[in-house]
Ligand binder design. Structure first.
Ligand code: NAD
Length: 265
């Protein structure tokens, strides 16, 4: 199975090159970057910190979609929306890890899913997908006197906040409570804000250092506190999950799928 990487010189892109090379039954179809990227023409194997792979970084996504069975995209929202259009035109499987997408980007993905299998997840690790189920369950069992707060910490390069995973955890908690996150979320607090409204779901963002991704969901009740946490120690967990999703996607009909579908939860 031929897998191409867009955003191949990024932090995740380099991990994804190595993950495709290591996956049994997968071959690296190529890698694409933004046209002005300083590594243009570099060998993909070298970019990933290994032996030369004999495949050079290019800036032609259309050619990569034409020659790949699946494409993995951890880039930026505008690029991901453009890649979704290419997936729709070519029917190529598209795995989307990019976060911070708005309604317009999401609409482009939805339209492309009529013609291509698309697997989209804010977090491709198995552990976080288990966490999503636990968070929903805990929120459904604990009464709403337990205040739900979500904490997200990431490295200082991260551009979107809260993290896509923190938002996914918020949606899971809200779903457990039978409400919509948009109706109860509080993403910033500053000044004299008054008492915490009952039923609110707070999401706090920390950024610093080289933290790969830490998330904690806190249920603060009377006399006790329940905390469910996940800490990512390496980006390999996301890359491995994304490659698994790409290979799974090749036997699926067009549509939008989640990592839960891939894992069979
Ligand atoms: P990064 O900035 O290191 O990499 C992004 C890459 O995309 C850069 O190399 C950039 O040049 C490239 N790019 C930009 N525009 C492009 C275009 N038009 N065509 C091709 N490439 C283009 O960022 P990162 O840390 O690798 O994260 C990338 C995205 O993945 C972020 O949205 C991040 O939140 C997300 N992410 C998701 C998961 C997950 O499991 N879903 C895990 C980690 C990161």
């Amino acid at each position: 199975m031929k897998i191409g990487i867009v955003g191949a010189a990024g932090r995740m892109g380099r991990m994804l090159i190595a993950a495709v090379q290591a996956a049994e039954g997968a071959a690296l179809a190529g890698g694409v970057e933004a046209a002005d990227h300083s590594e243009m023409g570099a060998d993909l194997g070298r970019l990933a910190g290994g032996e030369a792979a004999g495949v050079a970084l290019t800036s032609d996504p259309r050619a990569l979609f034409d020659t790949s069975d699946a494409i993995i995209d951890f880039t930026v929202p505008t690029a991901t929306a453009a890649h979704a259009v290419l997936a729709g035109e070519t029917g190529t499987v598209l795995v989307i890890g990019t976060t911070g997408l708005d309604a317009e980007h999401q609409a482009a993905i939805g339209a492309a899913a009529a013609n291509a299998p698309i697997i989209q997840a804010a977090n491709f690790s198995v552990g976080v997908n288990v966490l999503l189920g636990l968070v929903e369950k805990a929120a459904s069992v604990l009464p709403d006197i337990y205040d739900i707060e979500i904490l997200d910490m990431h490295h200082h390069h991260k551009v979107d906040a809260p993290s896509g995973t923190a938002l996914a955890l918020g949606h899971a908690a809200a779903s457990g409570r039978g409400v919509k996150l948009d109706d109860v979320a509080c993403k910033a607090r500053d000044g004299i804000i008054g008492a915490r409204p009952k039923g609110e779901i707070g999401i706090a963002t920390l950024r610093g250092g080289d933290v790969v991704g830490d998330h904690t969901v806190i249920y603060a009740g009377p006399g006790e506190r329940v905390e469910i946490a996940h800490k990512a120690a390496s980006r390999e967990i996301f890359a491995g999950g994304a490659v698994r999703a790409a290979m799974w996607g090749c036997s699926q009909q067009p549509g939008i799928y989640s990592m839960k579908d891939v894992l069979g939860f």
